[in-house]
Structures are given as structure tokens and as C-alpha cells.
Design a protein around this ligand. Structure first.
Ligand SMILES: Cc1cc2nc3c(=O)[nH]c(=O)nc-3n(C[C@H](O)[C@H](O)[C@H](O)COP(=O)(O)OP(=O)(O)OC[C@H]3O[C@@H](n4cnc5c(N)ncnc54)[C@H](O)[C@@H]3O)c2cc1C
Length: 427
């Protein structure tokens, strides 16, 4: 019996499952397909409803994962094949070349300082820039640089300045095969393609942003250093609108389900905007405010009463751009029964959470039953982390949209179930 568990996806769900198992003495391999662990939580500024700094909660856990003797982290990696059964899964993993020797790189960053190539940084939702040799963010774990060969011009300046002699342009991707007693899927989410709503102007108008883009603008390590600016002209916005349920709860071109976190993160970010800029006006256009968790309703009430965020029950029919890249929002105010147009400096769209595309490839490979929305199907309400394949568990948004506390709870439950499999096959 192989006493090892495979965790696929290293967001907060994968991190929590890996740490729980490792602390129980179980060896874990944690696979992540980007160059750092952390997932979406690493990109957030604050967390609702306590307004704790997201990085302050997450970074110590990332460091614990990086240092844990029972955890092997494989970043830039993907699952190529899974076969076998509970207690004996044979998994083929491809570790993509990063052209930097992991054992030699000290993470000093001299290579990136000298690299002449600038490209949009995916970690900042392409709003900021990085170099062709890079780490996605300052908190990257493991702290090892990666060369993006699609943009690298092979000037080899990085090679010349690297005192550790870590640059290796001849490095190849490697495939490894290992056996695991059980598997936890923690592949998280992607964003609904909001270009399906051209009437809301995303991609056409410079000052229409997604909520994740706003998280990066608000973040001190983000593209504006935490200063709230319009990226079209650097102006400080005076009026900002949030549009809720873009793709969620829409049976026609969107998804029929509620994405569960958008009301709360809109309230959070509306409050943050007010905290940063005292004379800013913020309006939230919503269908219903779903403030269902502990302290959530109080958080909502305080944003309306203390911070004077305006909540308008109504659907937005159109966003138009006018002079100076300002935006006109046309909406129906349901409570006042009238159609109105108002001018804003920035519009923030809150898109539905959808399953990660990379996960869907794995689901197809192992014929994992999914629910009607593409999330992992579970055995029932009392077995929320058990998939329909024995020995394979699920945690976090890969199972369904949820916030960080619910994700962490499900991840610990998945870890305990994976542990029980190990004990069961051992006896
Ligand atoms: C704008 C916004 C603001 C939010 N604010 C809050 C908040 O304030 N408070 C709160 O509680 N919640 C908030 N949330 C929700 C929070 O982001 C999620 O609850 C949390 O990130 C879920 O974690 P996860 O690990 O399930 O998924 P993710 O964070 O998506 O992590 C999944 C990881 O798996 C990796 N991965 C995917 N597929 C594969 C694959 N095939 N192989 C290897 N790796 C893979 C991904 O690269 C990623 O690193 C917010 C969400 C959004 C969109």
C-alpha cells in the first residue's frame, strides 16, 4: 500500500488538505499548474466580512506547505493520466520545464531586474507587467523563477547575471509516475466569459473591469500599488458601479445557479472603496442581496448605513461609453418602477464562478461524474467531499461555489476521508 495522497490544485482548498494530511504524518504530493501555490485567495486584497488581509492569512500557510517535510510541491505541473483504484491509483504527472534549476535558484530576482522583456502579468489579470523571467507575485511559493519561453528572446542576460548559475535553457519537461492511495481534487474555479454580454461593455470599454481585476487594483502589491485609479487615464474615480449576477442566475446565456460569494465580495469592495476615498459614490445593482453567513447581514447593513453605499434593486440593461471613457449605466430600478441612466467613472462586473477548464480535462480522463453545471458530483449532502469514484475526494469550489471558510472546512473533511482510505487499505 502506498501511503501517499495526491492533491490536485494548490489554492486554499488544496493547501488546507495537504497541511492536514501532512500533519497527520501522511506524505502528500501537491500539484499546481501555475508557477506558485495560493490560487485565487493569493490574488484577493481583504476578505469578507472581517476585512482581514487575505495574504496575512494565506502566506503563513503557503510557507508551511513549502517547508513541510511530508509535502512535495510540483508547480508548473499537470496530471497526464490516472488509472487504478482506491488504495492504488497510478498517476502520470508532467512537470513542465521552467528553464531554471530548482535546486540552484535562490530567488534573488537579479535575473528579472535585468530581463529586457515586459509582458502582461496573468497574476494581475494582465493589468500589470512582469518580465519574461519571473515569479507571479512577491509571496510566490516555491520561490523559484520561471522563464516564459513564449516571450523570451533568448538574449541570455539572465544567464550572465545569475551568480547561482541556475539558468538552464536546455532543461526538458519530465514525466513521472507515482502511486497514491487516494486523490483530492481541489482545482477551484475559473470566471464565466462575460464577453457573452457585449451590452455590458467588458473588453470594449476601458473602464469596465471584473471584480478580480478590482481586487488587484486594490492590492498593495497589485499594478497600481493599491491606489484606486482608472487605468485609462490615471484619474481617481468619483463614481463607481458594481453589477451583480453577470452570468449567475441567468437561465438564458449564463448559468442558472447562484455563485454565492459575489454579493459579499461586492459589499466588501464597495466598503473598501469608501474607506480609501471618502468622497467616492458607490452603487451596487443587484437582484437580491444574499448575505447568508455569520456576520454577513451586519456587514451589509454597515456598508449601507455607515459607509453610505447605495444598493439599487434592478437589472442593468446596458453600459455605454461616452467622452473621456466615462460610462453611462442604463438600469431598471425595480422598487421605484422606473428606467434610469446614470454616469459612472468605473463599472465593476461580478461574473459567475465556473469550474476550472484544466479540471474538466481531468474529469474527462477519469470519467468522473459531474453535476449539470460541470462541478464535481457528490454522493449526497452528508458526504460533501465524496465523489462518485471510490478513493477520489473533492474540496473547495471544484465541488460548487463557496467562500473561504466553507472551502477550508470541506478541505479538512476531504483530508480526513483520504486518511481513512489509507487506514482502511492498510488493515
Ligand atoms: C472577486 C472575488 C473575491 C472574493 N473574495 C472573497 C472573500 O473576501 N472572502 C471569501 O471567503 N471568499 C472570497 N472569494 C471566494 C474565494 O476566492 C474562494 O472561496 C477560494 O479561492 C476557493 O479556493 P479553491 O482552492 O477551491 O479554488 P482556487 O482558489 O481557484 O484554487 C484552485 C487552484 O487549482 C489550480 N488548478 C486548477 N486546475 C488544475 C489542474 N488541472 N492541475 C493543477 N492545478 C490546477 C489553480 O491554478 C488554482 O491555483 C472571492 C472570489 C472572487 C472571484
Amino acid at each position: 500500500v502506498e501511503k501517499k495522497v495526491l492533491v490536485i490544485g494548490a489554492g486554499i482548498a488544496g493547501i488546507q488538505s495537504a497541511l492536514d494530511l501532512a500533519d497527520m504524518g501522511i506524505k502528500v504530493t501537491l500539484i499546481e499548474n501555475t508557477p506558485t501555490i495560493g490560487g485565487h485567495m493569493a490574488k484577493l486584497d481583504k476578505t469578507f466580512p472581517t476585512m482581514d488581509c487575505s495574504a496575512c492569512i494565506l502566506t503563513p500557510r503557503m510557507v508551511d506547505v513549502g517547508r513541510h517535510e511530508n509535502i512535495q510541491i510540483l508547480v508548473n505541473s499537470e496530471v497526464v493520466n490516472i488509472c487504478g483504484k482506491k488504495g492504488d491509483f497510478k498517476v502520470k504527472i508532467k512537470v513542465n520545464a521552467r528553464y531554471v534549476d530548482e535546486k540552484k535558484c535562490t530567488g534573488c530576482g537579479t535575473c528579472a531586474q535585468k530581463c529586457p522583456i515586459e509582458v502582461p502579468n496573468e497574476f494581475d489579470k494582465d493589468l500589470g507587467i512582469r518580465r519574461a523571467i519571473y515569479i507571479p507575485c512577491p509571496q510566490t511559493v516555491p520561490l523559484i523563477y520561471t522563464i516564459d519561453r513564449d516571450h523570451c528572446v533568448e538574449c541570455k542576460l539572465c544567464e550572465r547575471v545569475c551568480d547561482a548559475e541556475a539558468i538552464n535553457f536546455d532543461q526538458n519537461s519530465v514525466e513521472i509516475e507515482e502511486t497514491f492511495s487516494s486523490i483530492i481534487i481541489a482545482t477551484g474555479f475559473g470566471e464565466f466569459d462575460i464577453r457573452k454580454y457585449p451590452r455590458l461593455g467588458y473588453g470594449r470599454f476601458k473602464n469596465v473591469y471584473t471584480a478580480l481585476e478590482l481586487e488587484r487594483i486594490l492590492n498593495a502589491s497589485g499594478p497600481t500599488g493599491g491606489h484606486i485609479l482608472r487605468l485609462s487615464d490615471g484619474k481617481i474615480p468619483k463614481r463607481v458601479a458594481f453589477i451583480q449576477c453577470v452570468g449567475s442566475r441567468d437561465h438564458r446565456i449564463g448559468k442558472p445557479y447562484c455563485s454565492r460569494v459575489c454579493c459579499m465580495y461586492a459589499i466588501k469592495n464597495a466598503t473598501l472603496l469608501k474607506e480609501h476615498l471618502s468622497d467616492i459614490e458607490v452603487s451596487v445593482f443587484y437582484m437580491d442581496i444574499r448575505a447568508f453567513g455569520k456576520g454577513f447581514e451586519e456587514f451589509y447593513n454597515s456598508s449601507a448605513k455607515r459607509f453610505k453605499v447605495k444598493y439599487i434593486k434592478g437589472r442593468v440593461s446596458e453600459v455605454r461609453e461616452v467622452e473621456n471613457n466615462d460610462l453611462i449605466v442604463r438600469f431598471e430600478n425595480i422598487l421605484e418602477e422606473k428606467c434610469i441612466e446614470e454616469k459612472f467613472d468605473m463599472v465593476i462586473l461580478c461574473p459567475a464562478l465556473v469550474p476550472s477548464k484544466q479540471f474538466l480535462k481531468i474529469a474527462e480522463m477519469i470519467k468522473l461524474p459531474l453535476d449539470e453545471h460541470g462541478f464535481v458530483k457528490i454522493r449526497g449532502q452528508a458526504e460533501q467531499c465524496s465523489t462518485l469514484i471510490d478513493g477520489i475526494f473533492v474540496a473547495g469550489v471544484a465541488e460548487s461555489p463557496k467562500d473561504i471558510p466553507d472551502t477550508v472546512a470541506q478541505a479538512s473533511s476531504a483530508a480526513m476521508n483520504a486518511y481513512l482510505v489509507l487506514k482502511e487499505v492498510e488493515t
